[in-house]
Design a protein around this ligand. Structure first.
Ligand code: 5GP
Length: 194
């Protein structure tokens, strides 16, 4: 098991409805040393590519994306779920269905922050059905940017998002792929890492 899988086994909690709670270390209370290690691991996996920007979606992707952006020495941009009065100029807009909240959000990025010259690395904490990633891909590509890769902390391999995105030809790397999990026993099984 890698460092993230070990931490998931130690502190993750399996909930009914295919939800894995990792809020004690990843997306509510955050273990900064772990986030730093995640940032370094994505640099190791995508470091051979030219990355000019890291893109994520608020809120829970932001922490991880900051550490990835620091490793690459590039800005991090996050898609916002509400139209803030502070955003001006043209916007890139898409709709994303939330896995955890079961509602649809309009997510936006100011057009001036992603340009056709950008080589984007998309980062998020979880991959379930792939709606969040599809939305981020659509935002980057509507700006004319190149999606160089997608980095996910935890992919739930028994849901279809990962397969759909790999089938579209994108370079998707997940640090932990949950093959199965059981909310009655708490058991979590990971897919073998390459
Ligand atoms: P997707 O769009 O791939 O269906 O779901 C990904 C988004 O839903 C992620 O941004 C994440 O915030 C949330 N999510 C999906 N599954 C889980 C889960 O099992 N646990 C937690 N904490 N968040 C999840």
């Amino acid at each position: 098991m890698n460092f993230l899988e070990e931490r998931i086994v130690k502190d993750g909690v399996v909930k009914a409805g295919n939800v894995l709670k990792v809020d004690s270390f990843l997306n509510h209370q955050m273990d900064i040393a772990l986030l730093e290690e995640i940032g370094k691991e994505f640099k190791r996996r995508f470091g051979h590519k030219k990355i000019t920007k890291v893109l994520t979606i608020e809120a829970s992707g932001i922490g991880i994306a900051c550490f990835v952006a620091k490793e690459f020495g590039v800005p991090m941009v996050f898609a916002k779920k509400t139209v803030s009065i502070n955003i001006d100029g043209e916007m890139l807009v898409t709709e994303v269905e939330s896995f955890t909240h079961k509602n649809k959000n309009r997510v936006i990025v100011a057009k001036r922050f992603i340009s056709p010259d950008d080589h984007v690395l998309i980062i998020d904490d979880f991959l379930a059905n792939g709606c969040a990633l599809q939305g981020l891909i659509s935002i980057a590509e509507s700006a004319g940017a190149t999606v160089e890769g997608l980095g996910i902390a935890i992919e739930k391999g028994f849901q279809f998002g990962g397969r759909a995105i790999r089938n579209l030809g994108y370079d998707l790397e997940s640090l932990a792929i949950v093959e199965s999990m059981d909310d009655t026993t708490g058991e979590i099984v990971f897919a073998p890492q390459k």
